[in-house]
Design a binder for this molecule. Structure first.
Ligand code: SAH
Length: 476
């Protein structure tokens, strides 16, 4: 027989068992696990059923029930043991569309009874399509051992709070997450341990916490920390630092900047300097999302401006996908801070008409190259290049520019630690840099400015690393 498992309501009309003997009594007892009352059609009742009748759980109706007694029942079990009578009842039930079972007579049945693991509100029903009752029994025994004996208390707890949770938490992710948390959490433990009052108290707490987390979803502020000098922070950035519950900061965001944060703030360094990614990008994103979902105001503090070589694109995409509110507070990018400190313009009506931000980083690897950039196009006309993350590839980019037709005598100036303590400036030319990049002895972080503007008079001390006459002559 092919069957489909369902749970049938026995609430409205009582199920019917025919027969007053032992077999009928067993089936009656089984039905009473769920049914409030069972109707038994029999001439007389055995001692057990008679006892149940006295207790009000069984109502006796005349033997040999007809159409009217069978119509509308949720189910009928024909267990008189008299084959003809059982077949008669089964025929009526089938004609009326009432589910019927005749023990050990599959041909007469329209439903079969599963092996059952009963934990009150939780029922596990096992069927084998009649292939192996013994296998079903073994599974039942195994489940009996595996399932906590007080599983019903847990189900009741969930049932009691179901409406309250539905009222307070929106359907879908929030509600599902809440229930997942409940079954893994303290309230469940208490319920299973038989501490019902404690379990209910913990449920109340859990609902409150979930509602709070749901309504007070946090947000993420991508904040530019500027080049390092705290005075170069924007007022908005300072306000964001004061509002933060947690700050995820890059190594480039200076310590002076962090002084503006609240004392109780949680500070998480997420690394980011060449070769030192203390936290992988995807983990940083996960962390931001997790904290914002927990209702926190998360500041992602980045050196300079967050939208310049800061992987903000990836972070924004992840936050948007997660449905988290984001705000961006710009900062002074290192190239502009370097120019300000040198007091040289990046554009000049006579010698430079555009500024390009270039990353020296993608050129990394065994044999760095700048093939991905059209250096000739960058050098057409009069323009300035600001090279970030270029300390290790400065020589390569200088050679590339010369090959692309830039004037080998074009000035270059590098600024180490712009706007910070130990700021250092070094002036050279494309030719010098291409020939011997090590001569600059640059420490990170440093920005390089390529272009005629780099040769304008600069304020303050500038080291000059113009080299030997031979090198000069080679490029003359
Ligand atoms: N978002 C940052 C750039 C991050 S990429 C900004 O807008 O400034 C990191 C690079 O920035 C470093 O390799 C270096 O080239 C540059 N940089 C950052 N701070 C610097 C500083 N104080 N002085 C010089 N260069 C700096």
């Amino acid at each position: 027989m092919r069957t489909f498992p369902i749970f049938v309501s026995v609430e409205r009309k009582p199920p019917l068992v025919t027969g007053g003997g032992e077999l009928a009594a067993i089936k009656t007892r089984l039905l009473l696990k769920r049914a409030e009352i069972v109707h038994v059609a029999a001439g007389e009742l055995g001692p057990e059923t008679a006892e149940l009748e006295r207790a009000g759980r069984v109502a006796l109706i005349p033997a040999r029930p007809g159409v009217d007694q069978i119509r509308g029942r949720p189910l009928v079990i024909a267990a008189t043991g008299d084959d003809d009578e059982d077949a008669r009842v089964a025929a009526i039930a089938r004609a009326l569309g009432v589910p019927v079972n005749v023990p050990d007579k599959p041909a007469l049945c329209s439903f079969v009874m599963p092996a059952i693991v009963d934990r009150g509100e939780v029922t596990v029903a096992i069927g084998t399509e009649g292939t192996s009752p013994v296998l079903a029994q073994r599974l039942r025994a195994w489940l009996e051992r595996e399932l906590h004996p007080r599983l019903d208390a847990l189900a009741r707890l969930a049932g009691d709070f179901r409406d309250a949770v539905a009222d307070k938490l929106p359907a879908g992710r929030a509600r599902r997450k809440f229930w997942e948390g409940v079954f893994d959490g303290a309230a469940s433990e208490a319920a299973l341990a038989g501490e019902d009052a404690e379990a209910r108290r913990l449920m109340g707490e859990a609902i409150e916490a979930a509602v709070k987390a749901e309504t007070a979803q946090g947000r993420v502020l991508l904040v530019g920390a500027g080049p390092g000098d705290p005075e170069l922070l924007t007022l908005k950035a300072v306000r964001a630092l004061k509002a933060a519950d947690v700050i995820l900061y890059d190594r480039l965001a200076g310590t002076g900047v962090l002084e503006h944060a609240r004392r109780e703030v949680e500070l998480i360094p997420v690394g980011k300097s060449k070769g030192d990614h203390s936290l992988p990008q995807c983990k940083i994103q996960e962390l931001m999302i997790e904290r914002a979902r927990a209702g926190q105001t998360v500041v992602r503090l980045k050196g300079g401006d967050p939208l310049v070589f800061g992987r903000a694109g990836e972070e924004l995409a992840a936050l948007r996908d997660a449905g988290i509110e984001v705000e961006i507070m710009p900062g002074i990018t290192a190239g502009l801070a370097a120019a300000a400190s040198l007091q040289i313009p990046l554009t000049h009506r006579d010698i430079s008409h555009s500024v390009t931000f270039v990353s020296g980083h993608e050129a990394g690897g065994e044999e760095p190259s700048f093939d991905h950039l059209d250096l000739a196009a960058l050098g057409k006309g009069e323009s300035t290049l600001l090279v970030y993350m270029g300390v290790s590839t400065a020589g390569v980019i200088a050679s590339g520019l010369i090959e692309a037709g830039w004037n080998a005598a074009c000035p270059v100036i590098a600024v180490e630690n712009a706007s910070r303590e130990h700021e250092r400036r070094v002036a050279t030319t494309l030719a010098e840099l291409a020939a011997d990049p090590e001569r600059l002895q640059l420490n990170r972080p440093a920005i390089l400015i390529f272009g005629e503007v780099a040769g304008l008079p600069a304020a303050g001390l500038v080291e000059d690393v113009l080299s030997s006459p031979e090198v000069r002559r080679a490029y003359a």
